[in-house]
Design a protein around this ligand. Structure first.
Ligand code: ATP
Ligand code: MG
Length: 366
């Protein structure tokens, strides 16, 4: 087990694509870190550089305190699980899991102990004699993880390991992966483009965009205190609403002036933080879950506003409503018993304790 350090890592592919533009990241021993971001942002490239499968153009990678820039993949003591975890079809589950150790000439008894222990952790002991074709997708995925676990590596690397599974199985396997990590505690770096997977699995989430790191933090911190508009919009589903507004000073208090004459009081607790931006154009960010029906609330600083629903989507446990305000699309999460109707103005409450303000010129959260 080990820490992993990335220092000023750059990757330029031939043809001039800069896939990774100088990232710094310190991953602790036993930590589960998830790299998340949109397609093409450099997640797989970063992971493959840690694995040694891709040369680095600049910077240093250290595993367990040793710089591994020039160490070949097989000597880095890492195990990788890919999206296409090809199992050997002619080998049993046992043989598939044992294969890497056999190649490395481990004694038979040691291999047997490790394979059986991993099978136990993954709950696949009864399947050890089966061939891959006689397994379900989720069971195959477990075998692929088993191959990594038996190696007892310093670091696990996962690249979208669940993306071939159907939605229900993904959620199940997500929980399995978390359980496995709680038991074996191996330092893990996991790549996904799915923010829900990132939030549910990670000790810390690394949000990447265009080859840079936008923000690193525990899931709740990214959700409550995003640093940039990108992170604010990427984490959370449905995504945060962004509404163009003007921050105004009105008789000692700050007020947000939205389109259509809507005015929302800014909580006093935010006055000091925002005072310097009074008089400026800003983006008002509010999550759909903080825009609710007009009902009594125990939360401080509720601000009323009236919007007219364009679309209403009952989801069972909640109802989503979509609005438009001067071009901005806005969604709200309403009570399933909401009286909301398409085309009928609806009084909502914005929970201003949960508001964000974004500088539209820098996209930084103020
Ligand atoms: N071998 C290569 N040669 C040239 N460019 C490449 C190569 N591999 C990746 N790239 C480019 O580098 C960038 C980052 O690719 P990468 O595979 O790391 O993205 P990703 O974040 O894993 O995306 P996805 O979610 O689609 O898997 C992309 O613009 C991609 O086109
Ligand atoms: Mg990828």
């Amino acid at each position: 087990m080990a820490q992993v350090s990335l220092r000023k890592i750059v990757k330029a592919y031939e043809g001039g694509v800069q896939a990774v533009k100088g990232i710094d990241l310190e991953i602790d021993d036993h930590e589960f870190v998830v790299l998340v971001g949109p397609s093409g942002c450099g997640k797989s490239t970063t992971l493959r550089m840690i694995a040694g499968l891709e040369e680095i153009t600049g910077g240093d990678i250290a595993i367990g305190g040793t710089i591994v820039n020039d160490i070949p993949p097989r000597d880095r003591d890492i195990a990788m699980v890919f999206q296409n975890y090809a199992l050997y079809p002619h080998m049993s589950v046992y043989e598939n899991m044992a294969f890497g150790l056999t190649l490395r000439k481990f004694p038979k008894a040691e291999i047997d102990t490790r394979v059986k222990a991993a099978a136990e952790i993954l709950d696949i002991t009864p399947l050890l004699d089966r061939k891959p074709k006689a397994l379900s997708g989720g069971q195959r995925q477990r075998v692929a993880m088993g191959r990594a676990i038996v190696r007892n590596p310093k670091v696990f690397l996962f690249d979208e390991p669940l993306s071939n599974l159907d939605a229900k199985l993904r959620v199940q396997m997500r929980t399995e992966i978390k359980k496995v990590h709680q038991r074996v505690k191996t330092t893990t770096i996991y790549v996904t483009h799915d923010q829900v997977e990132a939030m549910t699995l990670a000790d810390r989430v690394v949000v990447m965009n265009h080859g840079i790191i936008e923000q690193v933090g525990p899931p709740q911190e990214l959700y409550h205190s995003p640093a940039t508009k990108f992170v604010a919009g990427f984490i959370g589903s449905p995504a945060m609403n962004f509404i163009p507004a003007r921050l105004e000073q009105a008789s000692g208090a700050l007020v947000l002036a939205l389109p259509d004459g809507i005015r929302l009081n800014v909580p006093e607790a935010r006055s000091a933080r925002y005072a310097a931006h009074a008089g400026r154009e800003v983006l008002f960010g509010i999550r759909p879950e903080h825009l609710t029906d007009d009902k009594p609330t125990d939360k401080a600083n509720p601000a009323p506003l009236t919007l007219t629903p364009e679309v209403i989507e009952p989801m069972g446990m909640e109802t989503l409503a979509h609005f438009r305000l001067d071009g901005a699309e806005i969604s709200a999460r309403l009570d399933p018993a909401t009286p909301a109707e398409v085309g009928v103005p609806l009084r909502l409450i914005a929970h201003m304790d949960q508001m964000h303000l974004i500088d539209p010129t820098t996209d930084k959260v103020l």
